[in-house]
Design a protein around this ligand. Structure first.
Ligand SMILES: C[S@@+](CC[C@H](N)C(=O)[O-])C[C@H]1O[C@@H](n2cnc3c(N)ncnc32)[C@H](O)[C@@H]1O
Length: 216
């Protein structure tokens, strides 16, 4: 299986709303393509408008598995009106609340990947509490507060199968570099300290860890 996205996929990724740079996207794709060989679903926390979902979906398609993506679609703290990461186009004019679900659905349709993705719409801890199946990869890119990043780790990391991957975005070891807080870095440190995960690669702020032990 190729470790590079299929034709047109990288262009669709670059055209999609979102914040992930291309080098991190390619690293995410390579991780997803490798993990999907385990024959289990891939799961993302933090869909937003589907930029990273495109890559997980294409890797899932190539391996014949499904990509799952979790989001309440109401935006993280830093994406709300008045904050640096706010995009007025993501606001539902009738409700005056953020709603990234319509943009996500258009993004996925345009990329031709709808059949390979199941969108789980709701709060990550609420969905994780109902989840009971092994996953080949968990990609954590949801809320950046300690409350949210910790809940995502505790809710989803236990479902990563042996040899599967835990991928964490926005890991900034140096507080000078971070723009949205260091909670993802603290989760990354915790995952390594647990003894359950071993680091595989680091690209920009993306960290890929492999499950090599129990006891998260
Ligand atoms: C940084 S964005 C995800 C970016 C996306 N992965 C990409 O590459 O474009 C974070 C997303 O997490 C979602 N989110 C934050 N906290 C959440 C929670 N507790 N449950 C579900 N979704 C959450 C927000 O709605 C937002 O869309």
């Amino acid at each position: 299986m190729s470790m590079a996205p299929g034709p047109g996929i990288l262009a669709a990724f670059e055209a999609a709303k979102g914040f992930m740079p291309v080098d991190e996207g390619l690293a995410l794709y390579a991780a997803a393509a490798g993990a999907a060989r385990l024959g289990l679903p891939l799961l993302e926390v933090g869909t937003y408008c589907g930029r990273s979902t495109i890559l997980l979906a294409d890797a899932a398609r190539a391996a014949g598995v499904t990509a799952l993506t979790v989001d309440h679609h109401r935006g993280s703290e830093e994406q709300q009106p008045g904050w640096d990461y706010h995009d007025p186009e993501t606001v539902d004019a009738e409700l005056g609340l953020m709603d990234t679900l319509p943009t996500f659905r258009r993004t996925l349709h345009r990329a031709g990947l709808e059949d390979h993705v199941v969108a789980l719409v709701g709060r990550s801890p609420q969905i994780a509490a109902l989840w009971n199946s092994p996953l080949s990869l968990v990609f954590v890119d949801g809320g950046h507060t300690d409350e949210h990043a910790t809940a995502d780790y505790e809710g989803w990391a236990p479902h990563v199968t042996d040899g599967g991957l835990l991928v964490i975005h926005d890991v900034f070891p140096d507080p000078v570099d971070e723009l949205t807080g260091q909670a993802p870095y603290r989760v990354y440190v915790r995952a390594l300290a647990s003894g359950a995960f071993t680091e595989v690669s680091a690209t920009g702020s993306l960290r890929v860890l492999r499950r090599t032990g129990a006891g998260i």
